[in-house]
Design a protein around this ligand. Structure first.
Ligand SMILES: [Zn+2]
Length: 79
């Protein structure tokens, strides 16, 4: 997939820097796709093929938090 060199707004996308909606544009330069925020100047390279890997990384991070095993606490009746 390749974007046009003309900047186009991405609908429904929030800027990861300033958090505003519908302010990101996509464009292609030197066969590299970029996204850019027209408000705060945020600019990032889009690597579509690596998107699933990023999702896997996020899952791994959340799994690290699961290393903390919660032991069930039993209140023993002291009779
Ligand atoms: Zn922004």
């Amino acid at each position: 997939m390749k974007f046009s060199t003309k900047k186009r707004f991405i609908a429904g996308v929030v800027c990861p820097k300033c958090g505003l909606l519908d302010k990101l544009v996509t464009f292609s330069k030197d066969n590299v796709n970029y996204r850019e925020c027209v408000v705060c100047g945020f600019k990032d390279e889009i690597r579509i093929s690596s998107l699933p890997n990023e999702l896997t990384t996020r899952v791994n991070v959340s799994q690290n938090q699961k290393d903390y095993e919660v032991s069930p606490v039993r209140f023993v009746d002291p009779k």
